[in-house]
Design a protein around this ligand. Structure first.
Ligand code: THU
Length: 128
């Protein structure tokens, strides 16, 4: 695999804190300057306070001043490559718009999607 963003998502997955689901996820969000912002899922004993990898990556990026994004890679170990959950689609739309979503697993299988295709009629600032 030659795409460094995919490698960064797989590497971020290594830090996942997933003692309840054992489903480890990593994400790497590339900003318009080419900088990578990574995240992993972080679970909690309440279950409901769990944070997804994509939102950790997005909020880290925003908190560091990044405001424009190109792509996000999401890594999970599943036969059917795992797309972002609904809550993450909403957050990614808010901050990233119609970016490329790359899915990857540790065996090197990949898919590319546009967020607009996964989230076709978003609620956003234009709805207010
Ligand atoms: N998870 C993510 O990190 N991203 C997603 O888009 C879907 C789900 C995490 C949350 C939880 O820790 C585990 O995967 C199982 O749902």
């Amino acid at each position: 695999m030659t795409d460094a963003l995919l490698e960064a998502a797989l590497q971020a997955r290594e830090n996942a804190h997933a003692p309840y689901s054992h489903f480890r996820v990593g994400a790497a969000l590339e900003d318009s300057a080419g900088r990578f912002h990574t995240g992993c899922n972080i679970e909690n004993a309440t279950f409901g306070l769990t944070l997804c990898a994509e939102r950790v990556a997005a909020f880290k990026a925003i908190s560091e001043g990044a405001r424009a994004f190109r792509r996000i890679a999401i890594a999970a170990d599943s036969g059917t490559l795992a797309p972002p959950c609904g809550a993450c689609r909403q957050i990614l739309w808010e901050f990233c718009g119609d970016i490329e979503i790359l899915l990857v697993n540790p065996r090197g299988q990949t898919e590319s999607h546009r967020l607009k295709d996964l989230f076709p009629r978003p609620f956003d600032a234009s709805s207010l």
